[in-house]
Design a protein around this ligand. Sequence first.
Ligand SMILES: [Fe+2]
Length: 360
Amino acid sequence: MQMTDGRGLISGGYNNFNRTVTRESWLGEAFPEWGTFLNQQIRDAIVPKGQVSLWWCGGCSWVVKTDAGGVFWIDQFAGGSGYTSKEYCGVCKQDGAASHNWLRLNPQVIDPWKFDRLDGCFISHVHQDHCDIYSVKAASQTTECGFYGPKTVAAKLAEFEVPGKRIHTAIVGRSVEVPGAKVHFVINYDDTAIRTGGGQVLPYEDCCVSFLFETSGGTLLFMGDTWYNDGYVHLAREFDIDVAIFDIGHNHPGAFDKMTPYDGARLGEALNAKLLIPDHYDNLAHCAGDPNQIVEQFERIVRENTPEIKTVVMRHGGRFDFPKDKDIGRYRYPSGAIDIDPDRSETGKRLLESKQNNSK
Ligand SMILES: [Fe+2]
């Protein structure tokens, strides 16, 4: 029995038959959980002029594809669960914990080693769920893409042995031209990122950057792990923001890390953004709380206070085409059924049979 027909997933038939399985073969066949299914979808997607396509990989991880065929990673994380310690962890410094466990909840929906085309890796800050050694190593070894991030990210990338000519320090106020987009590096107010590391609190600009993708489909702002900050009002005066994508989540006392639903809603209003997509409430146990409650509160606050602003709640591995999908509200997965013929179904066959019998 063949393991796969090439669609990036394992055949159910293959797993019906006995064979030797080792820990290595289990890891190789069962991970990433979505195989290369999404890689193929991204590769094959043709993005028309006037549109931009996004795939949500969970947490703050996104893939962007432009009408020029450009493929970009935003804060890709391909690691597993882990823990951090008080010597360097910004959240430990906030709440006084000696250590934090970070249990991963979302499936790995892309295979970072199997991208035929990758035009850039954009990394908002140095935290491991954004500047991820597994993703960085995969992208640097299998593609020729450039890496973009603030000063502390550039230093970390050099430590990860990314060749210097591929590392581009994202300086707030500057921009870069990439296939199908102009990417502006804009201010990001992540008050956790500026406390991360062994030394003193650093300037925002050195530690965290947001990426504003200007595309033929509109402008998309990826905000990493930002906190709410009044300074965002000024960003709205500088840029016309169509879609703002940012973290919300549950916080335990003493460790504000992700924005509350209210913070996210007022951030969207401050940015004067037309559509808001929350993320990061889904992928780590400590800030998940009740994810459905978090997104419901977010949707309600936006709907009732600023009805002119739209919200979209994504699902892992889901594709969002902007502006085509601006009114979907909540993403729904396709059924996954291929080439349906009702006559092939049990009911269809029975009906066909009784029809034939009746006509005798
Ligand atoms: Fe994060």
